[in-house]
Each structure stands twice: as C-alpha cells, then as structure tokens.
Design a protein around this ligand. Structure first.
Ligand code: THU
Length: 130
C-alpha cells in the first residue's frame, strides 16, 4: 500500500477544492469537490450534483470517477474529497463505488485539523464484491 507524499496529497486536495467551486447543491447548500489521481498522473475533478428529486443527487466522488472512466482511464491511484463546510470522509455509497476500481486506492480527506490518508479497504472493510 502506498500513501501519497504530503506534497502530492495537498496538490490533489487543492484540485478537489477547485472542483467544489462548481458544486450544484442548492438544496443542501453543502458543496463537495473530489479529485481523482490516475497512474499516469492525470487528475480528474468532480463536484456534487443535486436534484429537486433529492434521492437523485450524485456525490462528488462518483462524478469524479465517472469523469475519469469516461476519458478511458481506469487505473485510479487516489481520490481526494473536499468541502469548505467541514471535514468529510466519503459516504458509504461512495466507498463501495471507489472500491470497485481497486482495494488499494488511497482516499485523502480532512478530519478535524488533519489531512488523513486511508486506503479504501481501510475505510470499507469486508467490501462487497463478486
Ligand atoms: N456528498 C458528496 O458529494 N459526497 C459524500 O461523500 C457525502 C455527501 C454530497 C451529497 C449532497 O449533495 C451533499 O453532499 C449533502 O449530503
């Protein structure tokens, strides 16, 4: 398992912060941004996209991963999650979604004053797969 260097983690978090500026979250007013780092060094962004039919809302992480795959890239190394409102680790649904693309993907998120790195296997033990 390989966590990112401090510099790389901060850079990825900054990309996530930039993505959060594009949020469409008029209902929750809870902006979230995500940034995916791929093996070749590419970074793809995503933000949360809400809907008047609340349950249709898509989290930033899933938009970012969809954007990555739509570029023809699947080898995801890490994903950072940012919100200006407060620290956010990925929700349960997003953990399962991230796990799909590799048990060793590193998740970078803020926790209190700290920026943490955990693999998706650490965040989602006994993940569903078949
Ligand atoms: N949200 C994310 O984008 N990612 C998460 O991991 C947790 C929740 C969004 C969904 C919704 O637009 C807002 O945060 C409040 O739940």
């Amino acid at each position: 398992m390989a966590y990112l260097t401090e510099i790389d983690a901060r850079h990825l978090m900054e990309e996530a912060r930039l993505a959060s500026e594009n949020t469409y979250s008029p209902y929750s007013k809870f902006p979230v941004g995500a940034a995916v780092l791929t093996r070749n060094g590419n970074i793809t962004r995503g933000c949360n996209v809400e809907n008047a039919s609340y349950g249709l809302t898509i989290c930033a992480e899933r938009i970012a991963i969809g954007n990555t795959l739509s570029m023809g890239i699947k080898d995801i190394v890490a994903i950072a999650v940012y919100t200006p409102v407060g620290p956010v680790p990925p929700c349960g649904a997003c953990r399962q979604f991230i796990y799909e693309f590799g048990p060793d993907i590193v998740v970078v998120f803020n926790h209190g004053e700290e920026m943490l790195q955990k693999t998706i296997s650490e965040l989602l033990p006994f993940a569903f797969r078949f």
